[in-house]
Design a protein around this ligand. Structure first.
Ligand code: SAM
Length: 200
């Protein structure tokens, strides 16, 4: 199995494990791609919303999941504007190629229905920039670099926990469970998940 396939199956495994604890999932997938995670994990879920910026992929996603809301859009912009704000999402899946942080921020900074318990699962490619000491010039990492310094490589997961805690607080959530691991080429990818509970 090549490194990409292995990473994909790790993503699937992580999501399937989380789904076991969620009785009635309502999914928000912010980076729909070719719908591979949906096929492997979410095809039984009736209610959801998926966003994908590439038109051809978005059309395919619409054919794939007739009961979901499907948008061809930049997820950061539309979530910030409150897209899907009345839907009681209890799973937020941010499978980004690079940074998930702008998307996570847009979700929590926007006015939307708050559920008692929200599961978040994310793919973060930014550990790569920490290997070349470039965190300080990476927009989404600048605030954490101010607090922890530029050498985030060995503490990247713990930095993710801090960043998530801060962003989730904007939406009225506290992080009650957090875990993750490094994977992919040179361990440059980070997969993490969290359980968030409403603080209000
Ligand atoms: C890692 S892939 C997602 C794979 C997907 N989870 C699947 O199961 O096939 C990332 C996808 O995000 C899309 N994308 C990148 N930036 C985006 C954005 N700002 N808003 C929406 N989609 C975006 C890309 O076009 C690409 O298809």
């Amino acid at each position: 199995m090549n490194s990409d396939d292995l990473t994909f199956w790790k993503k699937v495994n992580l999501r399937q494990r989380l789904l076991r604890d969620i009785a009635d999932p309502v999914i928000l997938e912010t980076h729909g791609g070719r719908g591979k995670l949906y096929s492997a994990c979410y095809s039984y879920v009736e209610r959801g919303m998926v966003i994908e910026k590439n038109l051809e992929k978005a059309e395919r996603l619409a054919r794939q999941r007739p009961t979901w809301r499907v948008y061809q859009a930049d997820s950061v912009s539309v979530l910030r504007l409150g897209l899907g704000r009345t839907m009681p999402f209890n799973v937020l899946d941010v499978d980004a190629y690079g940074s998930p942080w702008e998307t996570i921020d847009a979700f929590f900074a926007s006015e939307r229905v708050r559920v008692p318990k929200l599961w978040l699962v994310a793919t973060d490619g930014l550990r790569k920039v920490t290997t070349v000491h470039a965190a300080w010039i990476t927009n989404s990492l600048k605030p954490i670099v101010k607090r922890r310094g530029n050498n985030l490589h060995d503490q990247y997961l713990s930095a993710c926990f801090d960043m998530l805690t801060e962003k989730a607080a904007q939406g009225g959530y506290v992080v009650s469970t957090f875990d993750g691991y490094y994977c992919g080429f040179s361990n440059q990818m980070t997969h993490f998940y969290a359980v968030l509970t409403s603080s209000k």
